[in-house]
Design a protein around this ligand. Structure first.
Ligand SMILES: Cc1cc2nc3c(=O)[nH]c(=O)nc-3n(C[C@H](O)[C@H](O)[C@H](O)COP(=O)(O)O)c2cc1C
Length: 284
């Protein structure tokens, strides 16, 4: 029996993200085993940048719910990741979670091939911002196998259901989780590697700011098209992950150990400047 895990990054009970996650999970069939986690109910602390988790197989030592969540993802056969758009980006719990992925990034084969879909909800047409792209990056940083993603309009809780096309699309996404070999094609305006529709233009080339894939804007007859030249060593390839999360970070860690004293001397004049203030304890 396939196990489907739904992760919802919204505090709103029976909100749009929760509803669509349930619809997608339902579409995986009656025979799948379903579990849901409300990300905002978990205690996920900030990454401390201690780099203790850098060697493979060393879990993050912070005592919170991160390892519980990672174990749930390990146990799942497929994952639904859903979040609302807040201030043009994904709900803050998504970034907080993603910042804790160092402990699994050096062992990136672990989640490889596990199908995932993302569901983004937003409440103001034209204000979707970068939420879907960022949610997709969260799935890619975990090396989940992103098979489909979509953003859905609905401001008030339940409003996504007013448009029957939303439910239809969500069910299609859900079916994609259990359909062997299913993967949506990148859209014409998206990076073909990471599906980002946020692209940089340096006057000559178009560059995906996330995976580094380059392309060109080309006139083809009466049409203007984006043409990309994907490489095998982009950020989310095995080579790209090994280069950054294993070789580069270990080099920097060794450099830190070797030059510790030197850094201390550089820091010294600033250590003594003590202008910090703290709020009074919040009273309930
Ligand atoms: C603090 C806050 C910020 C929001 N920012 C945006 C935004 O930038 N763009 C947008 O389209 N909707 C925005 N919304 C609307 C939500 O994305 C929308 O209501 C969504 O359906 C909520 O999903 P939920 O019901 O799963 O919580 C915002 C809502 C809140 C509470």
């Amino acid at each position: 029996m396939k196990r489907i895990l739904g992760i919802v990054a919204s505090q709103r009970v029976t909100g749009n993200s929760e509803i669509l996650t349930k619809a997608a999970m339902e579409a995986t069939g009656a025979e799948t085993q379903k579990e849901m986690i409300r990300l905002t109910d978990l205690d996920i602390k900030y990454c401390k940048a201690c780099y203790r988790c850098l060697p493979p197989d060393i879990p993050c030592h912070i005592k919170d719910d991160l390892n519980y969540l990672l174990d749930k993802i390990r146990a799942a056969d497929a994952v639904v990741l859903a979040a609302p758009c807040y201030f043009l980006g994904p709900h803050g719990s998504i970034k907080l979670l993603q910042d804790r992925f160092l402990s699994v990034s050096n062992n990136f084969q672990e989640f490889s091939g596990k199908p995932c879909i993302t569901i983004t909800t937003y409440g103001a047409l034209g204000s979707e911002g970068y939420a879907e792209t960022a949610l997709n990056l969260t799935a890619r940083f975990l090396n989940l196998h992103l098979v489909d993603s979509a953003a859905f309009f609905g401001a008030n809780p339940g409003e996504v259901l007013e448009n029957p096309a939303n439910l239809e699309k969500t069910r299609q996404l859900g079916r994609g989780l259990v359909e062997p070999g299913y993967q949506r094609n990148p859209k014409a305006n998206e990076c073909p590697v990471c599906w980002s529709d946020l692209l940089r233009y340096d006057g000559k080339e178009v560059i995906c700011p996330f995976c580094g894939t380059k392309g060109e804007i080309k006139a083809m007859g009466s049409e203007i098209k984006l043409v990309f030249y994907p490489r095998d060593d982009h950020r989310f390839s095995d080579e790209g992950r090994s280069e950054h999360f294993i070789r580069y970070l270990n080099r920097k860690k060794k450099e830190f150990m070797d030059k510790r004293q030197h850094y201390k001397e550089l820091q010294a004049p600033y250590r003594s400047l003590n202008w910090w203030v703290n709020p009074p304890a919040n009273e309930e």
